[in-house]
Write a protein that binds this ligand. Structure first.
Ligand code: FAD
Length: 432
């Protein structure tokens, strides 16, 4: 992993291309503020910085100290690999120790099936995300860890103060004991499942699916070495566990489970062991000695994903449980698309910003519906033990298996880009 001189305070002169010392007023104005340095936020920040070039810069605010672990299976599917390549960071990701992945073994009640998948990569999220943030900083992005961001509501009155407000979105940055108001031409929110940066806005709440499962992750010491390039998915009645061998011989575990059942059975280690043993996996190492991290309930959607100058993407926009391992591809694909819209919004008038946010809402809604349909379907099967049994039995049959190999882990479905959703806009430069 590269050592990067992260900004100590929110000062663009520290690690951006800005050459003039900033006055305190300038320091609070940005072309774009991106909230959350997961794959979605970091990719959007890189894309915007590449597209804008010079200017008042892109600020990437991250709540956690950095680098930080993230609950995830760490499997970068073929679509995500292609998106990382287009972003220009794939070589860094490979150098950071990503291992190739090419097949998945699904196990349930001593029955199993093998599926070939399009070539992907396995890498711990702590390393992947640090790699992307390093690339962002090299592109000129100002990165501020340990900084919680909060988007402030638009002012509704048209007073002289409010007129200045029309020229940008206000974001409050909280760092240690200090809070500072910053303004940006556009704000991109990629703050994940547990983000709170939109809490002060009306109408931006999330709808959580009833009976949604929680996520878990851990690194297991002393597990048996894995077949190279294989993802193992063990399916129980109350959840499933994914295992993948990473560089250096460690085994990474990502899981989704019914949280009430986890409590009843006596905690995550017992729950994971129960599922693995029900699938015939006896030699999984010291689970009781593992440090498990968890997530809030996973399956959710945020009906509203845009407002003037504000674009929401990645898990912050909506998520479905991770059996098919597509979340990173969704976040990276949305980041690639939002850059095209948001870059046009930086210097735009309020009316144009409203149109851009309408397009984002329409594109995200259509794309998420399409992408998540398959995952909701899989989620429905996994909730019904008899259907899960039938599905695994079916997958062992050659014809079904081949159909699933083509359909379950496809490359990112080519949906119409957001900037083509309506007749082309001429974006007037200069603010109201
Ligand atoms: C158990 C499990 C296994 C998974 N396995 C896979 C897999 O194998 N492959 C795959 O592709 N996907 C997988 N996923 C899904 C994947 O992890 C997510 O879809 C992906 O991380 C979404 O990226 P993101 O950038 O939207 O959010 P995140 O990666 O969650 O990043 C959000 C960031 O925002 C920060 N933040 C939050 N609030 C604030 C704030 N107010 N201010 C500043 N920063 C803030 C957080 O600290 C965090 O760093 C899995 C998920 C789970 C739960």
């Amino acid at each position: 992993m590269l050592a990067v001189p992260y900004a100590v305070g929110v000062d663009p002169t520290l690690n951006s291309a800005a050459s003039e010392p900033a006055t305190s007023d300038q320091r609070r104005r940005w072309d774009a503020i991106v909230i959350g340095a997961g794959v979605g936020g970091a990719a959007a920040a890189i894309g915007l910085a590449q597209r804008i070039g010079s200017g008042q810069g892109v600020l990437l605010a991250e709540r956690s100290s950095w680098p930080r672990p993230k609950v995830c299976g760490g499997c970068i599917n073929a679509s995500a690999v292609a998106l990382l390549d287009r972003l220009g960071v794939l070589r860094d990701v490979r150098h950071a120790g990503a291992v190739p992945l090419g097949s998945v073994r699904i196990q349930r009640k001593f029955r199993e099936c093998h599926l070939r998948i399009a070539p992907g990569l396995g890498l711990a999220r702590e390393t992947l995300d640090a790699c992307l943030v390093d690339a962002a900083v090299r592109t000129g992005v100002v990165f501020v860890p340990e900084t919680r961001a909060e988007v402030l509501p638009l002012r509704t009155s048209i007073s002289p103060v409010a007129k200045a407000e029309l020229a940008g979105r206000r974001v409050m940055l909280h760092r240690r004991l200090a809070s500072e108001e910053h303004v940006a031409g556009v704000v991109i929110v990629a703050d994940g499942l547990a983000g709170s940066s939109l809490d002060r806005l009306d109408g931006f709440g999330c709808e959580v699916a009833p009976g949604s499962w929680m996520g878990l992750a851990a690194t297991i010491d002393g597990a048996e070495p894995f077949a190279a390039g294989e993802i193992r998915l063990c399916v129980g009645n109350h959840g499933y566990v994914g295992l993948v061998g990473l560089k250096g011989g460690s085994t990474h575990l990502g899981a989704a489970m019914d949280s009430a059942w986890v409590k009843t059975i006596g905690g995550p280690a017992k729950a994971v062991r129960e599922i693995l043993e029900s699938c015939g996996e006896q030699t999984v190492g010291n689970l009781e000695g593992c440090r498990f991290s968890g997530t809030p309930t996973l399956t959710r959607r945020r009906p509203r994903m845009a407002e003037r100058g504000l674009f929401v993407l990645g898990d912050a926009a909506g998520y479905v449980e991770p059996f098919t391992g597509e979340g990173m591809a969704w976040a990276l694909g949305s980041a690639e698309e939002v850059v095209r819209l948001a870059a046009d919004g930086i210097e735009a008038r309020a009316e144009t910003l409203n149109q851009l946010s309408e397009r984002w809402q329409a594109w995200q809604t259509a794309k998420m519906r399409k992408q998540q349909r398959r995952c909701r379907w899989v989620r429905g099967i996994l909730r019904r033990p008899w259907l899960a049994d039938a599905a695994i039995a079916g997958l062992s049959a050659g014809l079904v298996r081949r159909a699933v190999e083509r359909g379950l882990w496809p490359s990112i479905t080519a949906s119409r880009p957001a900037h083509t959703l309506r007749p082309a806009l001429t974006v007037p430069r200069g603010r109201t």
